[in-house]
Write a protein that binds this ligand. Structure first.
Ligand code: SF4
Ligand code: SF4
Ligand code: SF4
Length: 249
């Protein structure tokens, strides 16, 4: 059986998600043996335009990004968004809060018209995304699990419960107990509560759970006198695109 051809692409992002794949260490050899990597912006010089699975890092933030994304989607059978930029728009969406034209002016001054920036959006605003490996960056294990599941014909298991579940399982002291804030009650798990385990509040880099009104960790919200709305209000860092979209509805 021939191995699936995989392309790894980068749109507007920092390259950190692609680095996570390169940092797979022991699992990198297994990964390379299981698939045929035909395009990988940060790792190989050869570029093929024939691939079955596209792993896409980064948001759509320029007209050029959009053209590339549409081309990739016209070739790939399966699209996996890797990272917050790709899945929610991520940090790049902060630009939208200023307004794209204003942000261009602030950064590039009288050269702003040289830049083809458009409002930042996650890739699923333009193309159908089959799976998301969320996070900034996503965990290496999750990227590998998704690709391996697809190769084995299984549906990848992607958590849709709050970070608090993982955090409590680890026995962490809640960040609210020490005077901090945390979006764990509504943030999508899957990172093994990486930030609260380091005594730092979750910023929801994996986005919110599906339907936070139903799936939030209600007991914690009640204990600290918070509502889903209170927490969602703080969802700027990685989720500004979603907030702007909701306000414009
Ligand atoms: S999700 Fe984070 S690590 Fe990945 S490209 Fe965006 S900023 Fe970089
Ligand atoms: S609110 Fe944050 S620190 Fe507290 S249990 Fe939930 S994830 Fe952990
Ligand atoms: S704890 Fe929150 S911010 Fe930290 S990695 Fe997990 S989802 Fe992202």
């Amino acid at each position: 059986m021939s191995k699936p051809k995989v392309g790894v692409f980068g749109l507007a992002g920092c390259g950190g998600c692609q680095l996570e794949i390169l940092n797979l260490e022991d699992e990198l050899i297994d990964f390379i043996c299981a698939v045929d990597i035909v395009h990988f912006t940060e790792a190989i010089t050869e570029h093929s335009d024939t691939y079955d699975i596209a792993l896409i890092e980064g948001s759509v933030s320029t007209k050029h990004d959009l053209e590339r994304l549409e081309h990739i989607a016209s070739v790939a059978k399966i699209i996996i968004a890797i990272g917050a930029c790709s899945s929610t728009g991520g940090l790049n969406c902060l630009k939208n809060l200023y307004g794209t034209e204003k942000a261009k002016e602030l950064v590039y001054g009288d050269k702003k018209d040289w830049i083809d920036a458009i409002d930042t959006k996650p890739i699923d605003a333009y193309v159908k995304v089959d799976y998301h490996a969320r996070g900034c960056p996503p965990t290496r294990a999750e990227i590998v699990d998704i690709v391996k599941s697809l190769i084995m014909g299984k549906v990848p298991e992607i958590p849709d419960y709050p970070v608090c579940i993982e955090c409590k399982r680890l026995g962490n002291i809640c960040v609210y107990e020490t005077g901090g804030t945390c979006m764990g009650p509504v943030a999508r798990a899957g990172c093994n509560a990486r930030c609260p385990s380091a005594n730092s509040g979750c910023e929801a880099c994996r986005g919110p759970v599906d339907d936070p009104n139903i799936n939030a960790q209600k007991d914690l919200l009640d204990r600290y006198g918070l509502t889903v709305e209170d927490i969602m209000e703080g969802f700027n860092l990685y989720n500004a695109c979603k907030k702007i979209e909701q306000k414009n509805k």
